[in-house]
Design a protein around this ligand. Structure first.
Ligand code: GLC
Length: 452
């Protein structure tokens, strides 16, 4: 299953989403959603026409929804039925977002109808969500990549309909590589280290003190699990827990991969990278202050926006690999699904909304406007989609077989504990508190307890 999921993801290619503009959404509540339910901004309100059903559903989505997403929600509101949608902004960090969802759901709160859930969460959230097979026609479900539908199916229950898929990418500055005499982007970590150091040195000498070689996600959260898995797998360190439940993290390659990342901190990466999430890295990158960035496809279209400082100056390639025998390209698999709460009192309307966003119209919009990777195979043949994300085609061959799943299927409802144990120890290496060897031994011990 997992293998085909990688293939599929990879088959896909890029997209993007969130960002930083756009009003029209309500900030996620700190405590119970009941207190937070403020009406959506006019931007996301129905423009009229449809007969109002009087129903309002609440959708917890991105931290920073872009205007195209709010427009998409508004278009749904104009559909027959006149259902209104209140867009609630979820926390930026996937880790905090899960904690918040669990807080709402364990209280059996019906206040949120639709949740946008991470590809690693179906096993954790299954008990709180309805089986979408009951409300979504089978041919519509089957239009999505089978491996993702399988990933989202827990004990026969379809927990979420895929909205988009994701894969980690290396962003690089074409203009700077050329300026410093490099004809190709880095294929290995060593090449990246050398290029980043040289470009950083040159740009600083030229007067840009804020310039760094390489930015990525080093904060203590789910995003670090994604980055660290790439370092580890690309250097022959395995996938933490094998699909047959064997805990493989305690190995010298994984330890060395973390020590190597530690060596970047303060050298080619800012000391503050150990507090960076995706948007922190993108902030430095899009200000023109980094030669390389690890991030998801969403950053592509933002970088290409009309007002972007780096428009037309960058491109993307797979994450570099190590130099050793088992080195390979490893791009972590991500992505988001839409799930309907079992406690929702508006399940029928919620399902319609999920079908709209995850369906062809919704995914074509998110692919063309936000460069988010569709999960509906047909959209990869769509000329508008291919035009908006040209690297869909060019990256297909390199990505094939390259995207790596986190061990969420094998750990199911314990995945969050697994990931927390992992990113906690990896971050201790990044901050210089412990060495890689100690970290992998600690993670192994934690995982033996968690997976028992
Ligand atoms: C992206 C990925 C998601 C991952 C998260 C980590 O949103 O799609 O799967 O968990 O980043 O920060």
């Amino acid at each position: 299953m997992r293998k085909s999921l990688w293939l599929v993801t990879v088959l896909v290619v890029l997209g993007l989403m969130m960002a930083a503009c756009g009003g029209g959404a309500t900030q996620a509540p700190a405590a119970a959603p009941t207190t937070a339910a403020k009406p959506a901004d006019k931007a996301a309100a129905p423009a009229g026409g449809a007969a109002a059903s009087g129903k309002v559903i609440k959708f917890i989505g991105d931290a920073n929804p872009k205007q195209w997403e709010l427009d998409l929600v508004a278009a749904f509101e104009k559909q027959p039925g006149g259902v209104k949608v209140e867009y609630i902004k979820g926390p930026d960090s996937a880790t905090e977002r899960l904690a918040q969802y669990l807080q709402f759901l364990s209280a059996q709160s019906g206040d949120i109808d639709v949740y946008q859930i991470d590809v690693i969460w179906p096993g954790i959230l299954a008990d709180h969500m309805i089986d979408l097979k009951s409300g979504v026609p089978a041919d519509e479900v089957n239009a999505h990549f089978k491996a993702i539908v399988d990933n989202n199916t827990v004990g026969g229950k379809l927990v979420g309909l895929p909205r988009f898929t994701d894969a980690g990418l290396l962003y690089y500055r074409k203009d700077l590589l050329q300026k410093y005499g490099y004809s190709n982007p880095p294929a290995t970590w060593k090449e990246l280290e050398d290029m980043a150091a040289k470009i950083q040195d040159g740009e600083r000498k030229a007067g840009n003190d804020a310039f760094w070689g390489f930015v990525w996600q080093g904060d203590r959260y789910e995003g670090l699990t994604c980055d660290a898995l790439e370092w580890q797998v690309s250097q022959g360190g395995g996938v933490i827990i094998d699909p047959d439940k064997k805990i493989t993290i305690n190995n010298p390659q994984a330890a060395a991969a973390f020590d190597r990342a530690r060596s970047w901190v303060g050298k080619i990466s800012p000391p503050g990278v150990t507090t960076y999430k995706e948007e922190d890295s993108r902030g430095v990158w899009q200000a023109g202050n980094a030669a390389f960035m690890r991030n998801w496809p969403y950053a592509y279209s933002l970088g290409q926006a009309a007002d972007s400082k780096i428009k037309d100056k960058f491109d993307v390639v797979p994450i570099p690999k190590g130099e050793g025998a088992n080195a390979r390209n490893a791009d972590t698999l991500g992505g988001w699904q839409l799930a309907v709460s079992k406690y929702s009192k508006n399940q029928k309307e919620a399902i319609e909304f999920v079908r709209y966003l995850a369906g062809k119209t919704g995914q074509k919009t998110s692919a063309t406007q936000g460069s988010l990777l569709p999960t509906i195979g047909d959209l990869y043949k769509d000329a508008d989609v291919l035009k908006a994300a040209p690297f869909f085609g060019s990256l297909f061959p390199v990505f094939s077989g390259g995207a790596v799943a986190r061990p969420s299927t094998v750990s199911s409802d314990r995945y969050n504990e697994v990931s927390t144990a992992y990113f906690t120890q990896v971050q201790r290496v990044l901050t210089g508190e412990i060495k890689g060897a100690e970290a992998v031994a600690n993670i192994e011990k934690d995982l033996q307890r968690i997976m028992k």
